[in-house]
Design a protein around this ligand. Structure first.
Ligand code: NAD
Length: 265
C-alpha cells in the first residue's frame, strides 16, 4: 500500500514518514508541504532522520493523490479541505488527523466524504478512543449532580483550543447525558462568573513545553470525584493509529468514518 503524507515536515508529518518507512507492508508514495516551506525539495528520508531515499518533498497534492493508495494529512483545516477536494477528484481515500475545524468546515468535510471513504479523528490513539467510550458510559450513569470538567494540556506550538480531543470528550459526555454539547459548553472562566450552571460541561486549557497531549475528565460530585484521563508521551501512537486507519479505509464504501469503526470499538 502506497501512502502519501501531506504536511510531511510537520511534527506529525515527520513521525508519519518514519512509521511508513519502518512498516514492511507500506511504501511511501511521496510527501508534500505548503508551497514556499523550507523543507520543499529536501530528501524525504533525510527529513525523517533516516537514510536518503532519492525522493523529494513536493507541493503537488493532486499528483500525490494520483500516485498514492491513501493520503494521510495532519495540517490545518483550510488546506485539509482543499486537499480533500483533490482526493475526491482522484478517487483516493483519505485519513485526516487535522483538528480545529469550525462548524461550517465540518459540514464541508462531511459533504466531501460522500464521494470517497475518509477516516477523520481528532485523536488516533487507541487509549483515547477507549476513553471516549468510557466517558460516555460514566456520564450516562452518574447524571447531572456530578459536574463534568475537561482539562487538557499540550505543547506551546499548538494553535487550536480546546484540543479536538477535549471537544470529542465533551461530545461523548454530552451524548451520555442526552444533550448537545453546544448548549452546555463553558469555555473559559474569568472574573465574576456567577455559580456554575447545572449540567454545564466546562473546559480548561493549558499550553506549555513539549507536552504531547494530556486529557482528564473530572466528574465532581458531593463528597467524591471520579477522574478519567489519558497521557500521550509519544506522537508515534497517533501515527500508528493513522496508518492502521489507512490500511482499514482502502476499499471501503464512500463515507465519513471514525476511529471507533477502525478499532472495532
Ligand atoms: P505542525 O504545525 O507541526 O505541522 C503541520 C504541517 O502542515 C506544517 O509542516 C505545515 O507547513 C503543513 N502545512 C500547512 N499548510 C499546508 C499545505 N497547504 N500543504 C501542505 N502542508 C501544509 O502541526 P502538528 O503538531 O503536526 O499537528 C497538525 C494537526 O494535527 C493539528 O491540527 C493537530 O491538532 C493535529 N493532531 C492530531 C492528532 C490526531 O491523533 N488526530 C495528533 C496530533 C496532532
Amino acid at each position: 500500500m502506497r501512502i502519501g503524507v501531506v504536511g510531511c515536515a510537520g511534527r506529525m508529518g515527520r513521525t508519519l514518514l518514519r512509521e511508513v518507512l519502518a512498516a514492511e507492508d507500506l511504501e511511501l508514495a511521496g510527501g508534500v508541504e505548503a508551497p514556499g516551506h523550507a523543507a520543499v525539495g529536501r530528501d524525504l528520508g533525510e527529513l525523517a532522520g533516516m537514510a536518503r531515499l532519492g525522493l523529494q518533498v513536493g507541493t503537488d497534492v493532486a499528483a500525490l493523490a494520483r500516485a498514492a493508495d491513501v493520503l494521510v494529512e495532519f495540517t490545518l483545516p483550510e488546506p485539509t479541505l482543499e486537499h480533500l477536494r483533490l482526493a475526491t477528484q482522484a478517487g483516493t481515500p483519505m485519513v485526516i488527523g487535522t483538528t480545529g475545524f469550525d462548524a461550517a468546515q465540518r459540514s464541508e468535510l462531511e459533504a466531501l466524504a460522500r464521494a470517497i471513504p475518509v477516516v477523520w479523528a481528532p485523536n488516533m490513539s487507541q487509549g483515547v478512543n477507549l476513553l471516549l467510550a468510557l466517558v460516555e458510559t460514566v456520564a450516562r450513569t452518574l447524571g447531572v449532580d456530578f459536574d463534568i470538567e475537561i482539562l487538557e494540556m499540550h505543547h506551546r506550538h499548538k494553535v487550536d483550543a480546546p484540543s479536538g480531543t477535549a471537544l470529542a470528550l465533551g461530545e461523548a459526555a454530552a451524548r451520555g447525558r442526552g444533550v448537545a454539547l453546544d448548549q452546555v459548553r463553558v469555555d473559559a472562566r474569568s472574573g465574576h462568573t456567577g455559580p456554575r450552571p447545572e449540567g454545564a460541561i466546562g473546559f480548561a486549557v493549558l499550553r506549555g513545553g513539549d507536552v504531547v497531549g494530556e486529557h482528564v475528565v473530572v466528574f465532581a460530585g458531593e463528597g467524591e470525584r471520579l477522574e478519567l484521563g489519558h497521557r500521550a508521551t509519544d506522537r508515534r501512537i497517533f501515527a500508528r493509529g493513522a496508518l492502521r486507519a489507512a490500511r482499514w479505509v482502502a476499499g471501503r464504501s464512500p463515507g465519513l468514518y471514525g476511529m471507533r469503526q477502525v478499532l472495532g470499538l
